[in-house]
Design a protein around this ligand. Structure first.
Ligand SMILES: Cc1ncc(COP(=O)(O)O)c(C=O)c1O
Ligand SMILES: N[C@@H](CCSC[C@H](N)C(=O)O)C(=O)O
Length: 459
């Protein structure tokens, strides 16, 4: 099978942003606010390839520290009762470590400005605060469980009307767009069914039908290494920095990036008012993680590709945009520079899947993804358990689906461990030549093999 291109280094030449511009600042109701303590980056335009830009920073630290220090201070001394002497007064409103991170993110996300909060869900909360009762949101029918939960809360408690449609079919989405549409929220690839959503087509159509509607894209599954949805027509992009950006599962973070200063000022107002900005310590860790994003992603993707091909060649139905068999392979590669490192596969039976997950040793049974270590999970029981069983069924989410989040370990070890788990769970027929996925009915009847140390010779 042919291998799709690996993660691109990016042209690095596309200028973006509004370097040097000071944003007019207004509150949620349009009233003027004092100037922002965190003006836009002086150097949003990218000069180098993306892998270089990830590590290259112009630190404004007074001592020229090559790694921006953690300004672990809640408050900053002023020179007079009217303020002054420092760009900052209080860390909820702004902090040098956070500003450094936000400028760096704006640069790599091709955005005029980026804001960073304490989690990916916190980012979505900030973005959706501008919605008012009666506003309509259009989103997908395959979505991260937490996103679905927040939207359901908004629908039941805040009078927001939420339409879940098949976003892989733009005309189905178009049928729901009206003058009441305030936001269109897209995820691609979707978590966990790995469906691809055509951002440019949808953004163009939505903006034509309702220029006031905001197109928001959750880029968590790809990261700025592989996709820049703002360049594809999105108004706002957000992602969970808990995943690829930080890469070590040691912090929670959420990133929001955009080009429209008015939209940004509303979100900054919310962050300052509610106090959900990222802490200086987590900002430091996120900044450190970002520097190794290119090299981590390259290894994670190549491992994921090998594992996806391995499972497919042994008869499993695998969902991964690096496989030519993915029905939207061409669409994905028209928008993204890589396939990412999350894939899912089905066994035909939830009990068999559960046995596989529990038999794995090297693959940790955990939610989340984008980390250096590999994880295995059952979305219906774990990351997406907050979507009730009836809704999961309506949205055709297979209960047996297993999600693999591939890390940077040696791929042979990952395959050996997975092979052993498949055999132990009775999910494959073992022959002298290797093994093949069993018929689901057979798998159900199969007694798990008890030789947990068996390393299977692969066909
Ligand atoms: C696609 C997607 N978006 C958003 C989030 C929310 O991120 P966080 O856990 O950092 O709140 C997650 C996972 O949690 C996710 O998988
Ligand atoms: N118990 C958590 C589950 C978080 S799932 C994290 C991640 N997005 C994933 O897809 O694995 C919750 O209820 O939010």
């Amino acid at each position: 099978m042919s291998t799709p291109p690996g993660p691109s280094q990016g042209s690095g030449s596309k200028p973006s942003g509004v370097a040097g511009k000071v944003f007019p600042r207004i509150d949620l109701d349009g009233h003027d606010l004092p100037p922002s303590p965190a003006p836009s980056s002086p150097r949003n335009g990218r000069k180098y390839a993306l892998a270089t830009e990830l590590v290259y920073t112009e630190s404004k630290d007074q001592y020229g520290a090559s790694s921006m220090p953690i300004y672990q201070s809640a408050t900053f001394k002023q020179t007079s009762a009217r303020g002054g002497g420092s760009e900052y007064d209080y860390t909820r409103s702004g902090n040098p470590t956070r500003t450094h991170l936000e400028r760096h993110l704006a640069k790599i996300m091709n955005a005029a400005r980026a804001l960073v909060v304490g989690s990916g869900m916190g980012a979505l909360d900030v973005i959706t605060r501008s919605l008012r009762p009666g506003d309509e949101v259009i989103t997908g029918d395959d979505l991260y469980g937490g996103t679905n939960r927040l939207l359901t809360y908004m629908a039941t408690h805040q009078g927001i009307i939420v339409h879940h449609v098949d976003t892989t079919t733009p005309h189905k989405l178009e049928a729901v767009v009206s003058e009441k549409t305030a936001m269109v929220l897209l995820e691609t690839p979707t978590n966990p069914l790995i469906k691809i959503v055509d951002i440019p087509t949808i953004a163009k159509m939505v903006h034509e039908k309702n220029p006031k509607a905001l197109v928001v894209v959750d880029n968590t599954m790809l990261s700025p290494m592989l996709s820049n949805p703002l360049d594809l027509g999105a108004d706002i992009v957000y992602e969970s920095g808990t995943k690829y950006l930080s890469g070590h599962h040691d912090i929670m973070a959420g990133v929001i990036a955009f080009n429209d200063p008015a939209v940004g000022d509303k979100m900054y107002f919310t962050i300052n008012s509610t106090g959900c900005g990222i802490s200086p310590n987590d900002a430091f860790l996120l900044m450190r993680g970002i520097k190794t994003l290119a090299i981590r992603m390259e290894k994670q993707q190549s491992n994921a590709q090998t594992i996806a091909e391995f499972l497919e060649s042994h008869g499993f139905r695998v969902r991964y945009p690096g496989l030519k068999s993915h029905p939207q392979y061409d669409l994905h590669w028209s928008m993204a520079r890589g396939a990412g490192a999350v894939l899912s596969f089905e066994t035909g039976d939830a009990a068999v899947s559960e046995r596989i997950v529990e038999a794995a040793r090297l693959w940790g049974i955990s939610v989340s993804f984008g980390c250096v270590n590999s994880l295995i999970s059952m979305p219906c029981q774990m990351s997406h358990a907050s979507i009730d069983a009836k809704t999961r069924k309506e949205r055709q989410m297979p209960e047996d689906i297993i999600r693999l989040c591939v890390g940077i370990e040696h791929v042979d070890d990952l395959i050996d461990d997975l092979s052993r788990a498949l055999v132990q769970a009775g999910a494959v027929n073992v022959t002298l030549d290797g093994f093949h996925a069993v018929d689901p009915a057979q798998a159900l009847a199969g007694v798990p093999i008890d030789g947990s140390d068996t390393i299977v010779a692969l066909a």
